[in-house]
Design a protein around this ligand. Structure first.
Ligand SMILES: [Zn+2]
Length: 313
């Protein structure tokens, strides 16, 4: 079967070589923007490591199937939902993970631990995991995932093989989601592909996930009311975010992507956009970026929203 992934030919060739050589490092760091498919490719890589078929990952052997359905006793996925600001991984969980790492695998020759949002995860459980991550038992392979490579501790980074996963072109993203959502109209698909900046997972989030769908609608309303200088409508549109951290995060991200698209289209249509328009765009960009950053660091949601409203106009 081999890997099924859009674009990223270099990365796929590196992974294929690792699987064929059967010489595994104890830790790999898959880095790249949210939604580019890090977890998707990591699962296939884990299949490739434990696969018993000829063309690894075959997708058909018992190990491949068990990993695909998340029931393999030697494959674990652990993560913190950074976008929602949830600290779902405790020091106790870290201790359990370490205990399990030192126990021999049940079926295969390796135990594989996929750690998602690794920079947030390590911040959540401090030094408990570090030593095991740096020097795990020989039968353990860590697959670390990060949306923010510079945020990963240097001690961890220096002991990992870094593997970059990159967005595809907006056109390839559109082609891909079109296959996945054949009944969706082209305009919606194109908007999702463009807003995602070529991250297929992000485009799927905008098309399928209720939070993603809602975030596109709210971000559009916010940007429209901002450019029409309709302060009341802006405040009304932002109100539903006050009680929902993951929705606020998604809306700010989507608004930033929408502003980027606006800049691109403005430059295409009009080579010298007016100074006033540019100032407005950059001001909005700065305000949304700041709000998103504060939320990423788990800052006060209501205060962030009030500040955004006060500063943007
Ligand atoms: Zn297999």
């Amino acid at each position: 079967m081999s890997f099924e992934f859009c674009g990223n030919e270099n990365m796929l060739s590196i992974l294929n070589n690792i699987i064929k050589s059967r010489k595994f490092s104890h830790a790999y760091l898959f880095f790249g923007d949210e939604g580019v498919g890090k977890k998707f490719i990591c699962r296939q890589f884990a299949q490739g490591i434990l696969c018993e078929g000829e063309d690894k990952p075959c997708g058909k052997c018992s190990n491949c199937k068990k990993i695909a359905s998340q029931i393999h006793p030697d494959y674990f996925e652990i993560g913190v939902d950074a976008a929602a600001g949830k600290q779902g991984f405790s020091v106790d969980d870290a201790r359990k993970l370490i205990e399990s790492a030192y126990i021999m695998p049940n079926e295969g020759i390796f135990k594989i631990f996929l750690l998602d949002n690794v920079e947030t995860l390590l911040a959540a459980c401090a030094n408990t995991l570090l030593k095991t991550l740096e020097e795990p038992p020989k039968h353990v392979i860590f697959l670390l995932l990060s949306n923010n490579k510079p945020g990963v501790l240097k001690t961890v980074l220096s002991r990992c093989i870094p593997i970059g996963v990159y967005p595809v072109s907006n056109e390839s993203c559109f082609d891909n989601v079109k296959l996945k959502f054949p009944n969706e109209d082209e305009k919606t698909l194109k908007l999702a592909a463009n807003l995602s900046g070529g991250s297929i997972g992000q485009a799927i989030f905008y098309l399928k996930d209720p939070v993603g769908q809602k975030s596109v609608l709210i971000a559009k309303k916010l940007l429209d009311s901002y450019f029409q200088r309709d302060e009341l409508s802006f405040i009304q549109s932002i109100a539903p975010l006050a009680d929902d951290a993951s929705l606020s995060f998604a809306v700010f991200k989507c608004a930033l992507a929408g502003l980027k698209l606006k800049i691109d289209s403005e430059l295409k249509l009009n080579k010298t956009p007016s100074e006033n328009f540019c100032q407005k765009l950059f001001k909005a960009f700065g305000c949304f970026e700041k709000a998103r950053e504060i939320l990423t660091k788990n800052g006060n949601k209501n205060l962030t929203i009030s500040r955004l409203c006060a500063e943007i106009f």
